[in-house]
Write a protein that binds this ligand. Structure first.
Ligand SMILES: C[S@@+](CC[C@H](N)C(=O)[O-])C[C@H]1O[C@@H](n2cnc3c(N)ncnc32)[C@H](O)[C@@H]1O
Length: 238
């Protein structure tokens, strides 16, 4: 079964093993993770990792009552299922979440689907989240901050479009829907230079990755800003 809103990822699907190395470098001091817990605690609650990819983050959701990983890419489902037996992995997508109405409390979408843009409307995905979340529940979208940190500078220098313009649009899109945006400054920290080199080449054009590495010969880390967009379903909403 395919999903009209499924867009294969250019990193996770291309090289899942390398994307694991990238995920392992994310937020080494847990700064962003603590914000996720503060914004929408999941202890004893039912949680969805929407667009869970090969499931790197699933093991970290200790304490969730029921944990679901939803992923549209069939090539990633087995890896996600092998990651942990604590989660139920379902083939689905943001606009087609295979869960009953009002059956979960918290939804996380980490670098998945929710990239509002003038040419990419994500209203249907938000409506689907509204359907499956219980009153009082929340969606937290984890996205890149394109304005602060060294990773943002790389995004700005890459030919990936108007990164800052896209962020301005996304911030307003979420604000218009009653969501709060939280800025978090964290980092990427790699075990060695080779890992950083390979991940930079996965994420950015070769020329840009090579130039950054040449300008920062001793580095295995860089600063990385996140935007966490938190949308909540009001308690009075049926
Ligand atoms: C950059 S990867 C991130 C994977 C995972 N969230 C992580 O952080 O490790 C983006 C993921 O979004 C998934 N995706 C693509 N289209 C989607 C959609 N319409 N709904 C939900 N997920 C989608 C991709 O298949 C991929 O697994």
């Amino acid at each position: 079964m395919g999903f009209a809103d499924f867009i294969p990822s250019g990193n996770q699907a291309v090289d899942p093993a390398l994307y694991d190395i990238e995920n392992a470098a994310i937020d080494p001091d847990g700064i962003m993770w603590r914000e996720l817990v503060r914004l929408a605690p999941w202890q004893g609650k039912d949680l969805v990792d929407l667009g869970c990819g090969s499931g790197w983050w699933l093991e970290k959701y200790a304490g969730a009552s029921n944990l679901y990983g939803i992923e549209p890419d069939p090539s990633l489902l087995d890896a996600a299922r092998a990651r942990t037996d604590h989660a139920t992995i379902l083939h689905g997508a943001a606009e087609n979440i295979p869960l009953p109405n009002e059956s979960v409390d918290v939804v996380h979408a980490r670098f998945a689907y929710f990239f509002p843009h003038p040419n990419y409307d994500v209203t249907a995905g938000l409506e689907e989240v509204r359907r499956v979340v219980r009153p009082g529940g929340s969606l937290v979208v984890i996205d890149n901050d394109t304005e602060r940190g060294e990773f943002a500078e790389l995004l700005g220098r890459s030919a990936c479009g108007d990164a800052q313009g896209n962020t301005t649009y996304a911030r307003q899109w979420w604000k218009d829907r009653g969501a709060e945006t939280t800025e978090v400054m964290s980092s990427w920290r790699f075990k060695n230079r080779g890992d950083l080199d390979r991940v930079l080449h996965l994420e950015f054009p070769d020329e840009l990755a090579d130039s950054w590495l040449a300008d920062h010969p001793d580095r295995t880390h860089l600063s990385y800003g996140y935007l966490l967009h938190t949308w909540s379903k009001s308690n009075s909403e049926a």
